[in-house]
Structures are given as C-alpha cells and as structure tokens.
Design a binder for this molecule. Structure first.
Ligand SMILES: CC(C)(COP(=O)(O)OP(=O)(O)OC[C@H]1O[C@@H](n2cnc3c(N)ncnc32)[C@H](O)[C@@H]1OP(=O)(O)O)[C@@H](O)C(=O)NCCC(=O)NCCS
Length: 200
C-alpha cells in the first residue's frame, strides 16, 4: 500500500485545476463541473445503473464521491474523468483511473473503471473512453499495470475489460474487503493489463 504513491509521484502537475483532458473520436474526458453533480446523483440513485453495487447513493454521498475524485486529480494528476459527448450530451458518466482506498490481495494498484447513464450504454462509449484512459496510464503516467474488477454477474463491465485486452486469472479472484462474509456481491473477478501487453 505504502509504495503506491511513489508510482505516480513524478506526474507533471501542470493543468492542476483543469487537466488533463483526453479527447477521442466521439468523447471528451474532462475534469468535473458543478453542473455534472445533479445528473451524476441521478445515475447513482438509478436502480439499473447501480444493480451490481451494494447500495444506491444519496445526493450527499454522490457529491462526496465527486469531491474525492477531484481531490485525486489534484493529488495524482489522474482520476475518473467526467465524460462528455460533444453535440449530444454534456455529461454521461465517468471513465477513468483510481486507486482503491482499501487493502486487497492485488494492492498496490491503479484501477480502471466506468459508470455511465444507462441511456448511453450499448454505444461503445465506455470502451472508447477506457482506451484513452489506458493510453494516459501507460504513456503519460508511466504505470506498469492497470487492474479492473467487478462481480461475475456484471457481464457488461467485464466485457469492457475483455474488449480492452485485459485478462483474468481465476487465481486472482477475491472477496471484496469492504463487504461482509455471505454478502451476495462479495466475490469479485480481477482483470489485469500490463504495459508490455498493451504495447504488444
Ligand atoms: C459497465 C458499462 C459502462 C458498460 O457499458 P456498455 O455500453 O455496455 O459498454 P461499451 O461502451 O463498451 O459498449 C459496448 C456495446 O456497444 C455496442 N456498440 C454500438 N455502437 C458501437 C460503436 N460505434 N463502437 C463500439 N461499440 C458499439 C457494442 O456492440 C456493445 O454492444 P453489446 O453490449 O450489445 O455487445 C455500463 O453497463 C455501466 O455503466 N454500468 C453501470 C455501472 C457499472 O456497473 N460499472 C462497472 C462497475 S465494476
């Protein structure tokens, strides 16, 4: 755990308040705006979006999540980017990089993750944004490996991981440390992608 901060301590601090911003064919991955908070809270209260999470979030919990993401950007130079689809929607959710705050067998690690408004599923936006986030992780942040994890039932999420070229070793499956024994969402599958595999 303690070594995690060393991995990205050399990241440039430029654009500390507004960047880094990533652009893809269809998307802009940007820092969060206050106007994102209301639609994000609606997503976090949506039973479809939150099907594979232990609980939906209140407005206060959703806002605190945004605050933690922005604090992460300021501390590390990367985070879960707010996703905009220019000309279509100013905010559809997030895709990006985060550092789990708990200990687990795969830690220390940087995680790639995604959460989109369900009206924007099935369009390839999560995978497209995640490709940009992986490029940032390996090319800009100089990270050696990225992990991602989810419950086995979250097929849409692990299919994004597989589309990105991430691979799963069943020996890496783990019980989420923040969920109690017997909780139906406790067991997780872990996917990994190394920089060398990404380059290859
Ligand atoms: C996980 C999640 C981001 C996946 O979203 P998604 O839209 O299924 O994933 P993608 O953006 O990669 O889109 C892939 C789909 O878009 C389709 N698609 C349509 N147009 C496309 C295009 N131009 N390019 C690529 N794919 C396209 C693909 O065929 C694929 O469809 P399929 O699912 O029917 O096979 C979304 O389900 C979600 O936000 N879930 C709730 C939050 C969550 O559980 N997060 C993960 C926690 S671990």
């Amino acid at each position: 755990m303690g070594t995690a901060s060393l991995w990205y301590s050399s990241l440039p601090r430029r654009e500390a308040l507004s960047g880094p911003e990533l652009t893809t064919h269809r998307l802009v991955l940007r820092r969060w705006r206050d106007s994102d908070r209301e639609p994000f809270a609606a997503m976090n209260a949506d039973a479809v979006v939150m099907e594979h999470f232990p609980a939906r979030l209140t407005r206060a919990e959703s806002d605190a999540f945004v605050d933690r993401i922005e604090a992460g950007f300021r501390a590390r130079g990367f985070g879960n980017w707010a996703v905009e689809v220019p000309g279509i929607a100013e905010f559809i959710g997030y895709v990006g990089l985060s550092v789990p705050s708990y200990d687990a067998p795969f830690m220390p690690a940087v995680e790639i993750g995604w959460r989109l408004d369900h009206r924007f599923w099935g369009k390839g936006y999560a995978t497209e944004g995640a490709h940009a986030a992986l490029g940032f992780a390996f090319r800009e942040a100089g990270l050696d490996e990225i992990v991602s994890f989810t419950v086995p039932a979250n097929v849409r999420s692990w299919r994004v991981m597989e589309r990105l070229g991430m691979t799963r070793d069943p020996a890496d499956d783990f019980d989420h440390p923040l969920l109690p024994p017997g909780h139906p969402l406790r067991r997780h599958v872990l996917y990994r992608l190394s920089r060398s595999a990404y380059d290859g």
